[in-house]
Design a protein around this ligand. Structure first.
Ligand SMILES: [Zn+2]
Length: 139
């Protein structure tokens, strides 16, 4: 059907800075439902950029909850060991820094003081509206 969006991949992206809660579970179940309706694959991307807040017990909790609820994912780590060895965002810090530097060189890095809700309201098509691009807010 023309104009209908298609998705081939989505992600579940918990942060291991606390035990999962009901809101996480609702989000995961919703993501799995959407993935099924679009025939999309699911990536488990554990967001551990903030290493000081990451607790190994919370990483294990992510796998325990997903497995207990039998929520499927096709890509990403299957257990804590795989996560630490191959999937932790620590392994990508060099790429992130290079990408940030590229954006800085192009003048495309700026602070934004908007709430997530405001960004969503201003960007119904999902493309950032550039609300704060020229405000020269300090970081
Ligand atoms: Zn803004």
């Amino acid at each position: 059907m023309e104009g209908k969006r298609t998705y081939s991949k989505t992600r579940i992206a918990p942060t291991p800075s606390g035990f999962l809660h009901l809101g996480n579970v609702v989000s995961f179940v919703r993501t799995v439902g959407l993935a099924k309706s679009f025939g999309a694959r699911i990536l488990l991307r554990i967001d551990d950029m903030d290493r000081e807040r990451v607790v190994p017990e919370y990483v294990q909790d992510i796998f325990d909850v997903l497995n207990f609820l039998e929520l499927p994912w096709e890509e990403g780590p299957r257990n804590v060991k795989e996560f630490e060895r191959e999937w932790s965002q620590v392994h990508r810090m060099g790429m992130y820094r290079e990408a940030l530097e590229d954006l800085r060189e192009k003048g495309d890095v700026f602070a934004c003081s908007c709430s997530r809700a405001k960004v969503m309201r201003d960007s119904p098509d999902g493309v950032y509206a550039g609300t704060c691009r020229d405000k020269e807010l300090s970081f």
